[in-house]
Design a protein around this ligand. Structure first.
Ligand SMILES: [Zn+2]
Length: 299
């Protein structure tokens, strides 16, 4: 019997990232368990919550509730905007009639931000070994077995991060090409496209929030760059969706008082972190969230 011990008899905001079909989940080469959940486990969590008296509410509802009373509520939130939100999550929330908030990084559909981990995973998946040179340095990686592949992917992911200057997507693409990733994989869709985001937004169950343009660690940016990330993502989403974007999620949960004050100033109504606890003494610009992944399903 699975129990979700982190749930409290109050408002519980849940942070999720990717939700994979059961087949895709079981075939992962480089699992990042905190970022991924199997479809079957999300459905299990929803059933458990309903059977145990929790009500699923929207992020808008959180701001209008009298917190501290005995509300057994759950808010589902999903970060980044992976295409599996459309393919896997959307059918589930429609079937169970529960709301969800998608915090979308607006640079993904326009390639201002790139899902490098997924690209590297797909690149390594079908190769027995890798050889490439970057800046006069030769690299040779074995990738025959599953564990070698996993090691190679993590090695490449660290190398890319080391060589990339912040979130410069042009530089990132250059490095991916030097590693030998072909165009077909680079152009594969890891992110939702704008047509899908519009369709999601038009459904009453889905709230679209912002998750910046390029997914940086905001506390490390100069104020003018923080302002750009906060305002440009809001502006772009509002232009495309024709609706106000009121909610925000800090990438990596990273924030400080300066960033928090700016989120409020540019006009958002709430912001979520990744601090794990239930919502009490509500600070609507630092709302805590519980992480949920498939490991909860392992008994
Ligand atoms: Zn994120």
């Amino acid at each position: 019997m699975i129990t979700y011990d982190f749930l409290n008899d109050s408002i519980n905001i849940i942070a999720l990232h990717r939700v994979l079909s059961d087949v895709d989940y079981d075939n992962r080469v480089a699992p990042v368990s905190i970022m991924e959940m199997a479809e079957r486990d999300l459905v299990e969590f929803i059933k458990y919550s309903k059977n145990n008296g929790y009500e699923f509410i929207s992020i808008d509802d959180v701001l209008s509730l009298d917190v501290g009373t005995n509300n057994k509520c759950i808010v589902l939130t999903f970060d980044d905007g992976y295409v599996d939100f459309y393919d896997v999550v959307f059918p589930i929330i429609k079937e169970h009639r529960i709301p969800a908030c998608l915090y979308f990084t607006s640079g993904y559909p326009d390639s201002k931000c790139i899902h490098s981990f997924g690209i590297l995973e797909d690149h390594v998946r079908s190769l027995p070994s890798l050889k490439f040179s970057i800046a006069n340095k030769d690299y040779s990686l074995r990738a025959e077995t599953k564990s070698e592949k996993r090691e190679a992917i993590y090695f490449l992911s660290n190398l890319v991060e080391e060589l990339c200057d912040g979130n410069d997507s042009g530089k990132l693409l250059e490095i991916l090409k030097l590693i030998g990733v072909d165009d077909e994989i680079i152009n594969r869709r890891y992110s939702l496209n704008w047509r899908q985001v519009i369709e999601l937004s038009n459904n009453e169950l889905v709230t679209i929030g912002s998750h910046t343009v390029t997914h940086p660690r905001l506390s490390q940016l100069k104020s003018q760059n923080v302002e750009f990330e906060l305002l440009e993502s809001k502006r772009k989403l509002e232009n495309v969706l024709g609706a106000e974007v009121k909610h925000f999620a800090y990438p990596y949960g990273d924030h400080n008082e300066r960033v928090k004050a700016m989120v409020r100033k540019v006009g958002y109504s709430s912001a979520v972190t990744v601090i794990s606890r239930d919502v009490c003494n509500i600070d609507r610009f630092a709302l805590p969230r519980h992480w949920l992944d498939s490991d909860f399903a392992v008994i």
